[in-house]
Design a protein around this ligand. Structure first.
Ligand SMILES: [Mn+2]
Length: 357
């Protein structure tokens, strides 16, 4: 935790901040080890350049004694006023998700302080995983691989999308995960053309394309992967060609990942291949997103992100082609950036599988 706070302090220095209010519960867990979901109540951790960090806690929470100064308040106390009393004049960094019902009263109480967005100081640190986080996330992806493999063996014609999604969700618990990192996506045939389709009662037929996008939570961290398969021989004459294209785009992007490469160039590696094959307009989302304590974290692999890749980053590589009314293909892995390349965290075969028959 000390190492993490030091990284945040360094980032604050670069942003010219001497004080920062951290309010995102995941960021607070990241920096303090204290895991609280405050719902509508105030929860804040004030990071100060002099090292005198302050934890603001509602006394209904059960929290083991921390190493920080703790300020406890009740539901009827003026908690924002208590924070106001711990700030120094000048500039204060604010978390991007801090509710206006806290921020605006604080601005009124301390007109001498300029409030600026400061959450990058923590988010940039969260984007680079430490050894403990890497070990947990590898395990989360290992469970995801196992469950994907089981699902592909389980699927048979006549099943509904919901049945398959329920099976996947149960297997996560069976394999030691605590739950899903997002709602499992199972799409048959034309439904796969909607990248975020929610499973319904559509029944699988022989020849249908299938998209499965799934992820679990393990020790507070998320996994996320997608595989596209066919139920027996694909009925659409273009399916195999498109599947092959998307797999090559996925592998092409993964092959160039190493420290120093720009995230936009990784996006382009996959996108150019798909565009050259004439399917560019059917790949309508960014190539990937960062992931950690939540499935989507700050940072993405897109044409707009010129930041370079650094060791310890974990993000998804998920090209897709979506043909309305026909089918969708998406192939997604999580990758961990290493000192000289990347490690792919998912191992389930990406070649076209013809299953269920
Ligand atoms: Mn994803």
């Amino acid at each position: 935790m000390k190492e993490r706070i030091n990284r945040v302090l360094n980032n604050m220095k670069e942003h010219g901040l001497s004080q920062l209010i951290v309010s995102d519960p995941k960021s607070i867990f990241y920096l303090t080890g204290v895991n609280i979901e405050p719902y509508e109540r105030l929860l804040a951790f004030l990071v100060r350049e002099d090292g005198k960090h302050v934890f603001f806690l509602n006394n209904l929470y059960t929290v083991p004694k921390t190493e920080f100064e703790e300020v406890w308040f009740s539901d009827t106390d003026d908690s924002v006023g208590m924070i106001a009393g711990h700030l120094t004049e000048g500039v204060l960094g604010i978390d991007k998700t801090w509710a206006a019902r806290f921020l605006i009263p604080l601005m009124e109480k301390r007109p001498d302080i300029k409030m600026v967005l400061g959450s990058d100081c923590v988010d940039d640190s969260r984007a680079i995983k430490d050894d403990r986080e890497i070990a947990i996330m590898k395990k989360a992806s290992e469970i995801n691989d196992t469950v994907m493999h089981k699902a592909l063996e389980f699927i048979k014609p006549g099943m509904t999308e919901k049945q398959v999604a329920d099976f996947i969700d149960r297997q996560f618990i069976e394999e030691g995960a605590t739950g899903n990192s997002f709602t499992t996506i199972v799409s048959f045939a034309g439904q796969g053309a909607d990248p975020h389709h929610e499973p319904d009662d559509t029944v699988l037929k022989e020849g249908d394309a299938i998209v499965i996008d799934q992820g679990c939570m393990y020790e507070g961290y998320a996994s996320d992967m997608t595989r596209s398969v066919s139920c027996g021989e694909p009925s659409d004459p273009d399916y195999e060609k498109v599947h092959d294209l998307v797999r090559r785009a996925n592998e092409k992007a993964e092959s160039i990942i190493k420290p120093g490469v720009k995230l936009c160039d990784i996006d382009a590696a996959a996108r150019d291949l798909i565009t050259e094959a004439g399917y560019g307009e059917y790949f309508n989302h960014r190539l990937g997103h960062f992931i950690g304590q939540t499935d989507h974290e700050q940072g993405d692999v897109s044409s707009a992100n010129e930041n370079t890749v650094k060791p310890g980053m974990i993000f998804s590589i998920e090209p897709g082609v979506y043909l309305p009314g026909r089918f969708g293909v998406r192939i997604e892995d999580l990758v961990l950036v290493t000192e000289d390349g990347c490690e792919i965290l998912n191992h389930e075969d990406k070649n076209l599988k013809k299953i269920g028959i």
